[in-house]
Design a protein around this ligand. Structure first.
Ligand code: ADE
Length: 238
């Protein structure tokens, strides 16, 4: 899978995407990443990408021309990319959207800065995404969030193929159950006895029940969409 970003800070992506699981997946050829400097599509001496808003108001807006020209040129090279913009006004990014994007072959993220982007630029978007109800100074962090969530769904990206399945927001729609490692007792805090029992059926039941309880406690909004037995629904209500 091929990711690209169009940004006035193309250098901010490399450290994150070169480290840990992202770095390994990139070196293994599971995905590639290239950042393009939006200023390469300006024509003035100062390489200007922003201008004042019509109608007045504070701050500067990103001009349409550099983004239109960049997308004309980049889209003409090879397979047409899926073009993704970021805005707090966009569709909320979640695991379903990550799954949808993981089937694409080429995604180009347009990372806005300043107070916003000239509205006409959004006519170029296949998706406009928001990573949450807060305002960031630019789309670069949002692009990294989306790339991370999508890459870990690609076959081979996580060493253990199972680990992307049995986790929060996977198909059962529940938060993930609590997990523990050695030591079994630490500063008076004990690992639930059932996990030390070696009884796999009991452990599976405990994990399922724990997932239901945690979801009811922390994210009750998820329960409506979760697949629960009558008994589990009752447990969640308590
Ligand atoms: N740009 C600024 N804020 C954002 C947000 N919350 N999500 C995505 N892009 C953004």
């Amino acid at each position: 899978m091929r990711f690209e970003a169009l940004s006035v800070f193309p250098e901010v992506f490399d450290a994150y995407l070169g480290a840990s699981i992202m770095g390994r997946a990139q070196r293994a050829g599971i995905f590639s990443f290239e950042a393009h400097d939006l200023r390469d599509w300006t024509h003035d001496r100062h390489r200007t990408v922003d201008d004042a808003p019509f109608g007045g108001g504070q701050g500067m807006l990103m001009k349409p021309a550099p983004i239109f020209e960049a997308l004309d040129e980049l889209s003409a090279e090879g397979l047409r990319p899926r073009v993704v913009f970021f805005s707090p006004c966009g569709e909320r990014f979640d695991q379903r959207v990550a799954e949808r994007l993981s089937t694409e072959e080429r995604i180009l993220f347009v990372c806005g800065r300043y107070e916003g982007i000239d509205e006409r630029v959004y006519t170029l978007a296949d998706d406009v995404l928001s990573i949450g109800d807060y305002v960031l100074t630019g789309g670069e962090l949002a692009a990294l969030v989306v790339i991370d969530a999508v890459v870990r769904l690609l076959p081979g990206a996580l060493g253990d193929e199972l680990s992307a399945v049995d986790e929060s927001f996977s198909s059962a729609g529940l938060l993930e159950y609590a997990q523990y490692t050695r030591p079994a007792s630490y500063r008076g805090l004990d690992v639930p006895e059932v996990l030390l029992s070696g009884d796999h059926a009991r452990i599976a039941r405990w994990r399922r029940q724990n997932a239901v309880e945690r979801t009811a406690l922390w994210r009750p909004d998820l329960l409506d969409g979760a697949e629960l037995s009558d008994e589990e629904r009752e447990l969640a209500q308590r």
